[in-house]
Design a protein around this ligand. Structure first.
Ligand code: MLT
Ligand code: ZN
Length: 463
């Protein structure tokens, strides 16, 4: 690391000894995220206060040392990977939660608070921060907001950015920004809260947030269906939208995904075998769902279906969906694509995807957030293909996939972000003018390009 001894002596003045890691084996767990891309941080700092974050960033700015902000490291695009000897600033020790403000339905939390602990904290007041992720046991609020995480209830509640009132964030030169502490209405110019959310730690490091809450939905039921094909899946979605309930989640997965969860994690589906796709539907009942369900089961749209009554049954169905990522990772090398397009185009799009993958040396595991028009395409290496052939075919497919998305008015990243993995494809989702503005914004926040370098943007402005 450049200026290593100056950094170490400065950091020791700012942090307690247990908050500064320099040994490679201590730093290793903080080097990467769920992409498992290789990383090699020079040091890891674990601040406990915003003031410490500010002092560390200022020190790094003065010494021109690049910094990678990180949290729970559940990202899937490499946004928290430190691959060039950067200093990792990990916020996992900043976990304070203030009491829920029931009147304003808000809660102030530090960036390192784990999503699930925020849910549990708010539940005591009958309230919910409505972002629900498969990774909720490890993901942290700072990371959720930096990546504008989505999750399984976007169809009902939208993405993370909708559920933030105010933000505290630190810029690379150590300035602490208190943005819109807790007022809902503040029409005074550019909205820096929303600009920093989703910027993947390239503009500022989020240290605290005031989150907006909703009442915990009542009468929540989970339905689980099997269907023969994609047209039936779409029909089921259309019918569900007219049902006597509010859809909270409409998730789908292919038979291959279910098989992987059953084999690798030893979880069991209670539906009869032999279907192509499965749908998990979570609903907030507003009428007679039993009648609606009987009618549906008499039709030819679904092959089989069940209503999970007890909370244990509901958890069992969710465990199938939430185990997919882990079980695919245990299956073999995988390339992951998280894309989106208008839900009305899903059928023809997925049809083309299946067609173009047919003769490639790739096993497709298809799942995701059907109701949001946001499928996850996971390309796994078949046992009988060489790594080289598989990689070649993945590259071929990737190009085709991104063109297909452009034709369908879709996006190359729905909810996982850009990080390292998608930055070279940004022109498929953003215009030249947008990208030039991105570079100008980055320069305004971080003129020396020291904050999360190489993420989201390429080195130079296009054109
Ligand atoms: C999910 O929907 O389970 C997550 O986005 C993780 C993934 O895509 O693997
Ligand atoms: Zn997802």
């Amino acid at each position: 690391m450049k200026n290593e001894s100056l950094f170490l002596s400065g950091a020791k003045e700012i942090l307690s000894p247990d908050s500064l890691l320099t040994e490679p084996e201590e730093c290793a767990p903080f080097a990467s995220d769920w992409t498992r891309l290789p990383g090699n941080p020079s040091a890891v700092v674990l601040p406990k206060t915003t003031a410490q974050v500010a002092s560390i960033l200022k020190l790094c700015q003065n010494l021109k040392i690049p910094v990678v902000p990180s949290g729970g490291r559940t990202g899937l695009c490499g946004g928290a990977v430190a691959s060039k000897g950067e200093v990792v600033v990990n916020l996992s020790r900043m976990t304070q939660l203030t009491p829920v403000n029931v009147a304003s339905r808000t809660v102030r939390v530090q960036a390192g608070a784990v999503t699930q602990s925020v849910h549990e904290h708010c539940a005591k007041a009958g309230l919910l921060w409505p972002i629900d992720l498969a990774a909720k046991g490890s993901s942290e609020i700072g990371g959720n907001l930096s990546t504008n995480a989505g999750g399984v209830r976007v169809i009902r509640y939208g993405m993370s950015r909708r559920w933030v009132v105010g933000l505290q964030a630190v810029t690379m030169n150590g300035e602490i920004l208190e943005l819109n502490e807790a007022v809902e209405k503040n029409n005074t110019g550019y909205d820096l809260v929303q600009l920093i959310i989703g910027s993947e730690g390239t503009l500022a490091v989020i240290t605290e947030a005031t989150l907006k809450l909703v009442p915990i939905p009542k009468n929540v039921s989970v339905l689980f269906f099997s269907v023969d094909d994609l047209p039936s899946l779409l029909k089921l979605f259309e019918i569900a939208r007219k049902g006597p309930f509010e859809v909270l989640a409409f998730e789908f997965f292919s038979a291959k995904c279910l098989q992987a969860v059953e084999e690798k994690l030893h979880r069991r589906s209670r539906l009869s075998r032999g279907a192509e796709y499965y749908v998990l539907m979570e609903i907030e009942e507003q009428g007679r769902v039993d009648d609606w369900l009987s009618q549906l089961l008499e039709s030819t749209i679904v092959q089989d279906g069940l209503l999970a009554h007890s909370s244990q049954e509901q958890r069992d169905v969710w465990a199938l969906r939430e185990g997919i990522t882990e079980s695919i990772a245990l299956t073999g090398p995988v390339r992951k694509y998280d894309v989106s397009l208008p839900v009305t185009r899903m059928l023809s799009f997925l049809g083309e995807v299946l067609e173009s993958i047919r003769n490639l040396r790739i096993e497709l595991f298809l799942f995701g957030h059907f109701g949001d028009g946001s499928p996850h395409l996971n390309l796994v290496k078949p046992a009988n293909a060489s790594l080289e052939d598989y990689e070649k075919d993945c590259d071929r497919f990737e190009e085709k996939l991104f063109h297909l998305l452009k034709e369908n008015g879709g996006s190359i990243s729905a909810e996982h972000g850009v990080g390292i993995l998608r930055k070279n494809w940004l022109t498929f989702s953003r215009s030249k003018t947008e990208l030039a503005l991105y570079h100008a914004i980055k320069k305004a926040f971080d003129p020396d390009g020291l904050l999360n370098p190489g993420k989201v943007l390429g080195q130079r402005s296009p054109g």
